[in-house]
Write a protein that binds this ligand. Structure first.
Ligand code: HEC
Ligand code: HEC
Ligand code: HEC
Ligand code: HEC
Ligand code: HEC
Length: 176
């Protein structure tokens, strides 16, 4: 009798420990996948500008690129209307080194994979050219940078479109 009771207690304890570990793991995971920006950027307020002003690589390079504070300062001689912490960061970056790019990237591929904006947005033949929302959703219409990707990408997604356009799906096309 007592033996049986002991084993069922042990089972409950083990289940509790396991559930606790899952909880901590999940918290860690969701924090890791959430991107927090020091300065909130409002794409909607800048929707009259071409993407290329702030993402200069899109047509010419693999990386789209992100703007430095000095680029913003071309139009914002004084700090724009930001939150208190945003303003503090703005002044800090401007004084420390205006060429610093303070944003945390939301999209990135791991080092072993290769992606090129130029290839997809400027040198592909006309019918295959893509637009930004295909991979990034309507991020350019948001008032703050989302903490999570609006459109997720995965290897399967890249390959699905490649299959459709009969572009190479060899491992070495993307893993170099
Ligand atoms: C005045 C500057 C500016 C303009 C113009 C601009 N952006 Fe941005 N963009 C930013 C800043 C700043 C970020 C923040 C960086 C971050 O959080 O990654 C950003 C982030 C992004 C990101 C997320 C990149 C990442 O991995 O973090 C995408 C996608 C993007 N912009 C698309 C666009 C598109 C599409 C357009 C044109 C329709 C555009 N942007 C125009 C400044 C600009
Ligand atoms: C080419 C000029 C230009 C560049 C470069 C530029 N902005 Fe702006 N920004 C503007 C204009 C124009 C407005 C006003 C838009 C409006 O009020 O509708 C604005 C508005 C803002 C606002 C909102 C201010 C308010 O009064 O609501 C913020 C915040 C801001 N910009 C931050 C940035 C940041 C951060 C960067 C660099 C990534 C940047 N801007 C780059 C022209 C620019
Ligand atoms: C076929 C999908 C696809 C399209 C279309 C696309 N992107 Fe990207 N974008 C990506 C991927 C994948 C990454 C991560 C790249 C990396 O880590 O090198 C990325 C990263 C970015 C970044 C972060 C840049 C950096 O230097 O870290 C910005 C900004 C961006 N894209 C803007 C744009 C803009 C603006 C357009 C349209 C002109 C666009 N993208 C079109 C897939 C795409
Ligand atoms: C919506 C369609 C689409 C998506 C999504 C897409 N691609 Fe592509 N990709 C193409 C097309 C079309 C070409 C051929 C462009 C040309 O004609 O030069 C291409 C070409 C390439 C090439 C050059 C291939 C070669 O044979 O040299 C690489 C590398 C590549 N893509 C990587 C990626 C990666 C990595 C992703 C995912 C992050 C991705 N692509 C997502 C449509 C797509
Ligand atoms: C069209 C581009 C493309 C092709 C072709 C491709 N991969 Fe990938 N692969 C990627 C991208 C992009 C990632 C990163 C995905 C992410 O960050 O979620 C990736 C991730 C991976 C990973 C890491 C694990 C994972 O799932 O994230 C492995 C392993 C891998 N690829 C193996 C292969 C093998 C083996 C082949 C050939 C059968 C192949 N890949 C073909 C684009 C490609």
């Amino acid at each position: 009798m007592t033996g049986n009771n002991k084993t069922s207690w042990m089972k409950i304890v083990i289940v509790c420990i396991f559930a606790g570990m899952l909880g901590i793991g999940y918290k860690w995971y969701s924090k890791r996948t959430m991107v927090v920006q020091p300065i909130q950027f409002n794409h909607l307020k800048h929707n009259k500008l071409s993407c290329e002003i702030c993402h200069p690589g899109i047509l010419k390079k693999a990386k789209a690129g992100l703007p430095s504070i000095s680029l913003c300062a071309n139009c914002h001689a004084t700090s724009p209307d930001l939150s208190e912490t945003g303003k503090k960061w703005w002044i800090y970056f401007l004084n420390k080194d205006p060429e610093i790019v303070p944003w945390q990237p939301l999209y990135s591929v791991p080092k072993h994979a290769y992606f090129s904006h130029r290839r997809h947005l400027s040198i592909a033949s006309k019918e295959k050219l893509l637009s930004c929302p295909v991979c990034h959703g309507d991020i350019h219409k948001t008032e703050r940078i989302p903490q999570k990707r609006l459109v997720n990408f995965s290897m399967e997604k890249c390959r699905r479109c490649h299959r459709y356009w009969k572009v190479s799906t060899d491992c070495t096309a993307c893993h170099r």
